[in-house]
Design a protein around this ligand. Structure first.
Ligand SMILES: [Zn+2]
Ligand SMILES: [Zn+2]
Length: 247
């Protein structure tokens, strides 16, 4: 049996394991092989899921060998053979759903519907990205947007800016009257360095500003209209009204 370890692929999450269990039931006791259409379809679905970001682009990510291996692990949960490879997630999913194929089918159908919804969201994001694609080019633009939307970055930025510093770096709006949970939703991270300059590697907190959603949108649009990078000072001047765009 091919091995999935050693490629640095991320652990399987709940949704992925449920899809593997669905394939296991569909194989009806047959030993899973990477060439089985059922396993190849599973691999394809897993590779379309939105969970693992950059890691999901590696050719080894959830490839048919890896998918077959996972189904084999679930199978050994039932047969009791080769249990050493069974993860805690495998055990939990098996204990919860191993006796309930109908529920597995229902959940797997919902997960697949989620992939379609996610693709629609992704294409909307590309539309937005076209706002400033002129300047950075499509790939860099997408990379820029993806970084700005990273949940970890946002969380770290909000933490750094808590208290008096929690306000838009362009217009100063603080939404101080809102409850903390609601207030955070008013703000977004904005990269103040073009990705082409910042290079690859983790985003530095010092490279991001905190903007209200409106100013962020206006600033991206301004970059697209001017077809050149616009810094915070210039954005402030334009958005707060002391300069006209395209001047
Ligand atoms: Zn603002
Ligand atoms: Zn931005």
């Amino acid at each position: 049996m091919a091995v999935t370890h050693g490629h640095g692929n991320p652990n399987w999450n709940r949704d992925e394991t449920i899809l593997a269990l669905e394939a296991y039931f569909a194989l009806a006791g047959k030993s899973p092989s990477a060439k089985d259409p059922q396993i190849m379809a599973l691999s394809q679905t897993l590779r379309a899921l939105p969970y693992h970001g950059e890691a999901a682009r590696k050719p080894t990510f959830r490839n048919p060998d890896g998918a077959a291996f996972k189904v084999q692990n679930l199978r050994s949960r039932e047969t009791g053979k080769g249990l050493g490879n069974v993860s805690r997630m495998d055990r939990e999913i098996w204990d919860e759903l191993g006796a309930n194929p109908a529920e597995v089918t229902r959940l797997a159908t919902l997960i697949r519907a989620g992939i379609v919804a996610n693709l629609e969201t992704a294409s909307r994001q590309v539309d937005e990205a076209e706002d400033f694609e002129f300047y950075e080019g499509r790939l860099l633009t997408q990379s820029h947007i993806r970084r700005e939307r990273s949940a970890g970055l946002r969380k770290a930025l909000l933490k750094k800016r808590q208290g008096d510093a929690l306000h838009c770096d362009v217009c100063g709006e603080a939404h101080a009257g809102l409850s903390p949970e609601l207030r955070a939703a008013a703000f977004e991270a904005h990269h103040i360095v073009p990705i082409a300059t910042a290079g690859e590697g983790p985003t530095k907190l010092s490279d991001v500003a905190l903007l209200c959603a409106t100013c962020h949108r206006l600033l991206h649009r301004l970059i697209a209209l001017k077809r050149e990078w616009v810094g915070l000072a210039e954005a402030k001047a334009v958005i707060l009204g002391s300069a006209t765009p395209l001047s």
